[in-house]
Each structure stands twice: as C-alpha cells, then as structure tokens.
Design a protein around this ligand. Sequence first.
Ligand SMILES: NC(=O)c1ccc[n+]([C@@H]2O[C@H](COP(=O)([O-])OP(=O)(O)OC[C@H]3O[C@@H](n4cnc5c(N)ncnc54)[C@H](O)[C@@H]3O)[C@@H](O)[C@H]2O)c1
Length: 418
Amino acid sequence: MKDYDIKDPSLAQSGRLRIDWAGKEMPVVKLIKERFGKEKPLAGVRISACLHVTTETANLALALKEGGAEVVLCASNPLSTQDDVAAALVDYDIPVNAIRGEGNETYYRHIITALEHKPQITMDDGADLVSTLHKDYTELAAGVIGGTEETTTGVIRLRNMARAGKLIYPIIAVNDAQTKHFFDNRYGTGQSTIDGITRATNILWAGRKVVVCGYGWCGKGIARRAQGLGAQVIITEVQPIPALEAVMDGYRVMPLIKACQIAEVFITTTGDMNVIDKTHFLQMGDGAIVANSGHFNVEINIPALEGLAKSKKRIRPSVDEYTLGDGRRIYMIGEGRLVNLAAAEGHPASVMDMSFANQALCLEYLTRMQGKLEPAVYPVPEEIDQEVGRLKLAAMDITIDSLTEEQRNYLASWELGT
Ligand SMILES: NC(=O)c1ccc[n+]([C@@H]2O[C@H](COP(=O)([O-])OP(=O)(O)OC[C@H]3O[C@@H](n4cnc5c(N)ncnc54)[C@H](O)[C@@H]3O)[C@@H](O)[C@H]2O)c1
C-alpha cells in the first residue's frame, strides 16, 4: 500500500535539483550526515517529523536516514510544502504526507498518518504533532523516547503543557539554542519575510512606511532588513524592554492603532493572536498591505477582515484584495500564513544549516539518553550549541582567538581588582 500522499510524483527531478542546491549551503548538516553514515547512531529509530517540507528539511531528513533512522514526514503548515521536494523525498524512500494548499482536514489526516508510524522520536515545528498525540493518541507515548521542537510558538505551547502537568515525554526546545534563534529567527526570518512580500507584490521598499508588530528575534531581523532597503520602520510592542530596545535601535515605537494612520505595510511576528484586529483595519489607508510571519495564521484577525469586506478577489498568486464597505482596499499576502514560506521559499539554507544541525545532534542525544529524561521541556545541551557554532565558523573558514592560560585563570577568579 502507498505510504505517502503528495501532489505529483513526477516533480521529483526538480525537487532533487533544488535539494542538492540547498545542500551546498549546509556544510554542517553535511558533516553530521557523513559521521551518521559511519556511526549509524539512529539505527532503526522511527522518527515522525512534522516540519515545513522544504529543501532544507529534505537535507535534514536525508541525514537522519543516513544515520539509520526510519523517517516519515508531514507538513507543519498547510501552505509551506514544496511539492517537488515532497516528490523527491518519496523517491529517496522517505514517505511524505503533505500537499501545498491542503485543507485543515487533510493537514490533520497527514499528521495522524505520521503518528501511525508509531514514532520513537517526534520532531515538531509548532507542536501540532505533539499536541495531537497528547490529545488523541496517548497510547503511543509509552513507545516515545522524546521529541524536539523547532519554533518559538511550539516551545510556548509545550511549556504550557508541561506547566499543566500534561506533557508525557521529554522534548528539547531546539528553538532556544543560541545557534538557532540568534540566526534563524533573526537573519532567516528577516530576509525571507521581505523576500516573500517582495515576490508577492514587487513593491519598492525604499521610502515605504512599514510596521513590524513584535520586536522579538524575528521582528528585529525583519525591521533591520526593511530599514536596510530604505523603509521607514515603525515598531509596535506590548513589552517595555523590547519596545525600549526598538527605540534605541533607532525606530519609531507607537501603538498599532496610531501606526495604522501612517503606515502602508504591516507585518506581524509576535506568536500572539488578533494583533491586527477589526479596529485596525478600520483605520488603515486604501492599499494597505498586511502579512504575517508568526507561526500560526491567527496574528491577523482574518474573520474580522472577511466580515468587513464586501468583496474579495485574488489579484496575484499570493495576494488577496479585500474591498471594504467604504471602498478602501486591503491586500493580504499568503492568506495570513507565514509569508516567507507561503510566498517565498522560507529561510535560506545557510541559516537552516545551524537549526537543523541542532536538530540532528539533539536526536542523537535523545537516543543516547533513552529512559533517563523526565517528561519536561529541556534546553539544547550547551556542548551541542557550542559545537554547531564551532562547525559553522569552520565551514565559513573563519578562525577566532582562544583564551590564554592566564586569561582563563583571570576569568575564573575574583581576587584581582583595580
Ligand atoms: N516565519 C518563520 O519562518 C518563523 C521563524 C521563526 C519563528 N517564527 C515564529 O514567529 C513568531 C515570533 O517568534 P520570535 O522568536 O520573534 O518570538 P519572541 O518571543 O522573540 O518575540 C515575540 C515578540 O512579540 C511581542 N508581542 C506579543 N504580543 C504582541 C502584540 N499583541 N503586539 C505587539 N507585540 C507583541 C512580544 O512582546 C515579543 O517581544 C513565533 O510565532 C515563532 O514561532 C516564524
């Protein structure tokens, strides 16, 4: 019986070429893959991965397979799957259940198929796989060694589960590794969000008035890239410290409702819901562009916009035009789903190299620690984080200084003063 569900197997060749292209930018994952090939640290381990089905994920999946794992893959977002990559992975004997644009029902059916693989390790990007297992398939938990979580929103959900006493196996918060969120969230989301909006609209950024909602790791990256292209950037926040950081980084900071009267492009990246709400749509000018780069499509209140609109039409492949009762038009990119994956190709491979090196090494660690970790959310072990940083620098042919004996002693002492 066919163990995959993809759009079109004949796309495999184009997928292979793009996977190889991304692979060239992923030297750390390549090194890990070569070692895994010799040592087989994941021999026979069943892995169910719920990740964006992209060229970078494909390189990770191939490294895990090389390590001996039996990997199956489903999508972590209905609109992020690259169908040619899915086809190529099936060709590589990695079952994929994911189709770009799949509805909610198919999306969850594909997650259930991944769970039917009876995973010993779960990999998640947003915690949909883990939460489905915890809600409806708890009997599988006894066979699970542990899991990993890729993104901020997933880690927040898992910590909430752990706090409520509901988490039944250990999970490593890959997102929280320094070699993940310092780079992936900031430089990856920064560049690819601008890329997604540009591909969708072809707008000129220079001189454009842009609001970034949320000045966390992703927000910082998006704001800096937009500013670098000449945009006038406004930040909105709900926490005083990131708001202050934004002010001192040189941005205007104000409540969103006020920014709506000034700005032309609005980008959410908060991990929160209804950040752009009905009241905001009522204040935006004609032609406002709204896009989301946070994990779920709840950051922009889409039902509220639908309620205000008298008509909606798709005017470009990733752009919907909503015409409000008074004639103003609002343009939504990528159906409010993460715009860098819905309207572009997601993060560049070079940055995913570090995120996915963390993933691969954490899977090896979980296998080694089988039975020794309590159900809880764990940080990425410090030695893995440091190793990924070291390998990435080496791959970039950059060397750094090292501490002298004298400096090591000084930094470990307290006696010396003025
Ligand atoms: N598009 C991608 O490929 C991608 C990549 C990484 C992370 N993410 C997702 O992006 C989101 C943000 O991640 P992050 O790592 O930047 O998180 P973060 O916690 O570093 O930052 C989020 C910021 O949003 C602020 N915020 C919360 N509610 C707000 C509101 N109503 N208005 C304004 N600001 C608000 C918070 O105070 C915080 O400073 C998460 O959903 C994460 O999963 C997406």
